[in-house]
Write a protein that binds this ligand. Structure first.
Ligand SMILES: NC(=O)c1ccc[n+]([C@@H]2O[C@H](COP(=O)([O-])OP(=O)(O)OC[C@H]3O[C@@H](n4cnc5c(N)ncnc54)[C@H](OP(=O)(O)O)[C@@H]3O)[C@@H](O)[C@H]2O)c1
Length: 333
């Protein structure tokens, strides 16, 4: 049987569907009954609502060892997708606990229970820091602790360290490092982070764009590749999963066109973004509001990191879905 963590999230829900469609027997853990509905909505979106009943749900938390003891009964393979995604400075402790300690618990159980293969969903945030003479960040690029990193990036890097440690202790592992993962467009207002936030902000009439860029990939590609890697003989390697590097202005324009709303028209230069970050800090301090623009988000919005997908293409012959076409198609669902 296959154990999936984070099954109520974007990646986990799509992974559960992909696993069931491929005949796998799956157990998914959840923390709150209500969130299971999110997974059902994903299955229904693809007209696969009947397959939802095949999931064996179990209440468990990756930070609660006794609940994991039960979750691991009769498990052969593990996909660890659960994580906290946040750029909020006040979430530093929660990020470290959920992402590092939670992953340590998952690999410790996997070693103890003789799991055959363990897939960890990491992030491009956990890849290294580019040196002045390099163009692309690859799976081999070294992490430079001297460089500034978001708490989220540090937590995903720390989680990877736990996975590499488990490899030394005999566990066969696969790590995938996706870029920003694009999924279905939420039908209702959402507080989600990540790509859902992109859609919501554009739908609400985003005026600003930046010329920063990063790697993007569709959720369907991420789960398909994770599954293919787990089924292959490949082990103890990590793979960057991006379809392409895209400038934020271009992705925002594509989303605006798909949602039939006005494109963002004002270029937020790094100077303006930083000004916004300072103003937001003063405003949130004065009025005890939650910060809307964090320093990490401000920096990410104009950074031009370039990633490469050559390793996974060579390993599996992967052909990635075109991200712009995906946004157009998904807006029609
Ligand atoms: N979304 C992206 O753009 C992106 C990009 C690169 C990498 N990733 C990585 O991909 C993975 C999945 O991301 P996602 O977008 O699917 O995230 P998501 O939609 O925010 O879902 C997160 C999942 O983790 C679960 N979770 C959090 N804390 C938990 C805990 N203590 N115990 C058990 N479950 C817990 C959540 O359960 P509840 O429903 O109970 O909260 C939820 O199912 C993460 O590891 C993330 O770092 C995401």
């Amino acid at each position: 049987m296959v154990l999936v963590t984070g099954g109520t999230g974007l990646v986990g829900a799509h992974l559960l569907l992909h696993l069931i469609e491929n005949g796998e027997n799956v157990r998914a853990i959840y923390r709150t009954q209500n969130n299971i509905q999110k997974t059902k909505t994903v299955f229904e979106l693809y007209q696969k609502g009947d397959l939802f009943e095949k999931i064996n749900w179990l209440e468990a938390d990756i930070l609660d060892v006794p609940s994991l003891e039960i979750a691991f009964i009769d498990i052969d393979y593990v996909y660890h997708c659960a994580a906290l995604i946040s750029l909020e400075p006040q979430d530093e402790d929660k990020l470290r606990k959920t992402n590092i300690e939670g992953t340590a618990n998952m690999v410790n159980f996997s070693i103890a229970k003789g799991i055959k293969k363990f897939c960890f969903v990491s992030s491009i945030a956990a890849l290294g820091d580019i040196a002045p003479h390099e163009t692309y960040i690859t799976e081999e690029t070294d992490w430079n602790p001297e460089k500034p990193h978001s708490d989220y990036a540090i937590s995903k890097y720390g989680a990877e360290m736990e996975v590499w440690r488990s490899l030394q202790e005999g566990l066969d592992v696969i790590i995938i490092n996706p870029g920003v993962i694009l999924g279905p467009i939420p039908k209702t207002k959402t507080d989600d982070q990540g790509s859902a936030e992109f859609y919501t902000r554009v739908a609400n009439g985003l005026s600003f764009y930046t010329l920063g860029s990063t790697g993007f990939v569709t959720v369907n590609d991420v789960v398909r590749i994770a599954f293919d890697l787990m089924k292959s003989d490949i082990k103890n390697e990590r793979f960057t999963l991006i379809a392409e590097n895209i400038v934020f202005r271009d992705i925002l324009n594509t989303i605006a066109d798909a949602l039939k709303v006005k494109r963002p028209t004002i270029h937020a230069t790094p100077f303006l973004v930083n000004l916004g970050w300072i103003a937001d800090g003063i405003f949130s301090t004065l009025f005890f509001q939650k910060r809307r623009l964090t320093k990490a988000a401000a920096k990410a919005s104009y950074s031009n990191n370039l990633y490469t997908n050559e390793k996974i293409k060579t390993a599996l012959g992967t052909v990635f879905t075109d991200v712009h076409q995906y946004i157009k198609d998904i807006s029609k669902l």
